[in-house]
Write a protein that binds this ligand. Structure first.
Ligand code: MRU
Length: 343
């Protein structure tokens, strides 16, 4: 099962808004539809939106009526602008779009069709490589999970957040495939409930023991000695090791340090953005307050009540034990280890 793929000359993706109630796909035939699906979180998770955007660029090339290479590149630039604006925080999205534009600009192409095919092939490669990278991260991270551990996890970082297998949840899956027995506590992850809706759905299918917990219970379980390890994903890791991830990650990191619990983020090197020095420069998406007031259309309070809805927060690097990537685990000092691991 792939979260996002090329199908019938278009982009097919799992509709994550419907999970866990039903597994359905949507088929998109324009890059504008792909951008809208990223914004409304039909597809979400940093690597998954990167792959979706790469396919969106291939789709833009396919639909373009340009008769020459220069005109096609102008159309691609428009698509790149729209896709990059779909969500601001996860750098994988911009990374994938910029990568496709570089291919268009820097590779010699003889015809318009030649460039169209090259872009589709590259999008396929990005998607395939994502799965391979996730498996490698799984191998590097699996040893962090010891027999009998309880692992706390935030948001959804599994197959659904990537093309397949996952990042932090991928490490959990790899450890389970290696035969280790352990237990997972899944933060429900208000307001969009990626933990209870998506991560629990994935662990159900894999047969990995878990309990969903309210986000507010993380400290309770840590204080009682019931958490051995925290694993989370990342949407953007900057040069000094500060990183943006799903809202709520920062408070878990602080609690983990207070309770002496190892805290790791798991992310591919495409999530590392060395152009930004510290976390305070990471753009943070603020979403519609209705997601807080009426999650998935279920009103919790009267619609005119006021709410704020930041989708991500930034965890300072001093709370991180290590960063698991496909090239190995980076440890402090991160300003040195991240540069080495990206190379
Ligand atoms: O808003 P979302 O659901 O796209 O946020 C997802 C996360 O924050 C994940 O932890 C992150 O993208 C890493 S997923 C492999």
């Amino acid at each position: 099962m792939r979260t996002v793929e090329w199908h019938n000359n278009g982009v097919r993706m799992i509709d994550q808004k419907r999970i866990p109630w039903e597994l359905t796909h949507v088929d998109l035939s324009t890059y504008q539809q792909v951008a809208a699906a990223i914004t409304d979180m039909t597809v979400r998770g940093a690597p998954a939106i990167g792959a979706a955007a790469a396919f969106g660029m291939a789709l833009a090339a396919q639909n373009s009526t340009a008769q020459n290479l220069a005109a096609l590149i102008t159309d691609l630039e428009q698509a790149a602008h729209t896709l990059k604006a779909a969500r601001p925080t996860a750098v994988n999205l911009a990374w994938a779009v910029d990568h496709m534009m570089k291919l268009a600009h820097n590779t010699p192409h003889t015809t318009v069709d030649d460039l169209r095919q090259a872009l589709l092939k590259e999008a396929q490669r990005i998607a395939d490589e994502d799965v391979a990278i996730n498996r490698r991260m799984g191998e590097h991270g699996a040893n962090l999970i010891k027999e009998g551990f309880t692992v706390l996890h935030h948001c959804n970082t599994g197959a659904l957040a990537t093309v397949d297998h996952g990042t932090a949840l991928g490490v959990i899956r790899s450890a389970f495939e290696q035969g280790r027995k352990f237990h997972v506590l899944l933060d429900e992850t208000r307001p969009r409930l990626q933990g209870s809706r998506l991560s629990a759905w994935e662990l159900e299918q894999l047969g990995i023991p878990y309990h969903i917990i309210p986000d507010t219970a993380a400290g309770y379980f840590m204080q009682k000695g019931e958490v051995d390890l925290v694993l989370v994903g990342a949407d953007r890791i900057v040069a000094n090791g500060d990183f943006a991830n799903k809202i709520g990650t920062y408070q878990i990191a602080v609690l983990a340090k207070e309770n002496d619990i190892p805290f790791y983020t798991v992310a591919p090197t495409s999530t590392i953005d060395l152009t930004i020095a510290t976390g305070k420069h990471i753009p943070i998406e603020e979403r519609d307050p209705s997601e807080v007031l009426a999650p998935y259309g279920n009103a919790l309070v009267p619609g005119h009540f006021k709410a704020r809805n930041p989708a991500f927060d930034v965890t300072p690097h001093r709370y991180l034990t290590g960063i698991v990537t496909e090239n190995g685990i980076a440890y402090p000092p991160f300003d040195e280890s991240l540069r080495a691991i990206v190379k």
